[in-house]
Ligand binder design. Structure first.
Ligand code: PMP
Length: 342
């Protein structure tokens, strides 16, 4: 019989799938393994918690167990409501820890309910109070994290975040491409993914180009932290988990391009993924287009990491009204019709 003992054993070893229809390469428009840049997507939504963050959750918790920072019966406290929360909630439940997430009241009820579904507690803080107020997001998470038995993973400074990618994601990509990868493209939030994978790949072959994709406005592409709508990527500060020497190049991507390409991935490649995936894949397509028709392009193997699923964005990126509110196009054909029009 073939089965896993726990969902935790199903984390990682995600597949690579070739992108074809969305690359818009000249001459037939389709890249093949025989010639021209080959673009391969690493599909991280196939992790059991639905994102790349399952990897860091496991590694950070195991390291805290080993160091004694997290004791049996302990409580994990992290100010997050996104993918890292889901990963931590899943691993914590299976290993018998309590989990408390602190989030501002602007976080959607759906996101809070996902965390609660795994058995985590969610503490919601009012956004409309000053940071020094006892009920502020900062004060509540600091108070909970300093309680006896509590441990805060802090994905923005925890070295086991990039290390998990150095130990798993990087080696997987190297082996899956049989060492033929030439370019790695990846979005940056904490910077853990690009730093860990990039370092591993460059140790294997220093010629591999590591390319960051970044929302226009974020510090990684020279911005000041100006707001953007794509979620999970871009920062207004430099996290400790980001290795500033790892990226050979950073490609700036607008919200409009990120969202339009996210929709194309769903509609043309049947990959229902999140907005940071559309952003990274848009940058990978840019690299492929630059390489197409050049001698280097003939043997180029571009791997782009897609961090999460589109399921969490159905009311945003996949909702035409939401897009229209910000002036973004949704793509005309195939849109739903009301019964009266059928
Ligand atoms: N995309 C999404 C949807 C994310 O949640 C994150 C993590 N913040 C990233 C991309 C970026 O990954 P990393 O933190 O490893 O840079």
């Amino acid at each position: 019989m073939q089965y896993a003992n726990s969902v935790l054993d199903l984390i990682g070893n995600t597949p690579l799938v070739r992108l074809s229809r969305t690359l818009d390469l000249a001459e037939g428009g389709d890249a093949t393994a025989e010639g021209g840049p080959l673009v391969l997507a690493k599909v991280e939504y196939l992790n059991p918690g639905g994102s790349v963050k399952d990897r860091i959750a496991t590694r950070m918790i195991e390291a805290a167990e080993a160091s004694g920072a997290l004791q049996p019966g302990g409580t994990i406290v992290e100010p997050t409501s996104g993918n890292t929360g889901v990963g931590l909630a899943m691993v914590a439940q299976q290993k018998g820890y309590q989990c408390v997430f602190v989030c501002p009241d602007k976080v959607s009820v759906d996101k809070r309910n996902v965390l609660k579904a795994y058995g985590a507690e969610v503490v919601v803080c009012p956004t409309a109070v000053a940071p020094e107020h006892p009920d502020s997001y900062y004060n509540v998470s600091d108070r909970l994290a300093s309680a006896p038995g509590a441990w805060k993973p802090d994905q923005y400074s925890n070295p086991h975040n990039p290390r998990s990618h150095y130990e798993t994601t990087g080696p997987e990509i190297w082996e899956q491409t049989e060492g033929r990868i030439t370019h790695f493209v990846c979005g940056m939030g904490t910077g853990g993914t690009i730093s860990g994978v990039g370092r591993y790949l460059k140790e294997k072959n220093p010629a591999i180009q590591v390319i960051g994709a970044d929302p226009a406005g974020s510090v990684y592409s020279g911005g000041t932290g100006r707001p953007y709508l794509v979620e999970g990527v871009g920062e207004d500060f430099w996290p400790d988990t980001y290795d500033r020497g790892v990226a050979d190049r950073v490609i700036e991507v607008s919200d409009a391009d990120s969202f339009a390409f996210t929709r194309r991935l769903a509609r043309e490649e049947a990959l229902l993924v999140g907005g940071s995936c559309g952003m990274a894949a848009w940058a990978a397509r840019q690299v492929a287009q630059e390489l197409a028709g050049t001698p280097e392009g003939e043997s180029a193997v571009i791997v782009v990491l897609l961090p999460d699923s589109g399921r969490g964005y159905l009311t945003k990126i996949f909702n035409d009204e939401w897009l229209a509110q910000y002036g973004f196009a949704s793509g005309a054909d195939g849109d739903s019709r009301t019964v009266g029009e059928v």
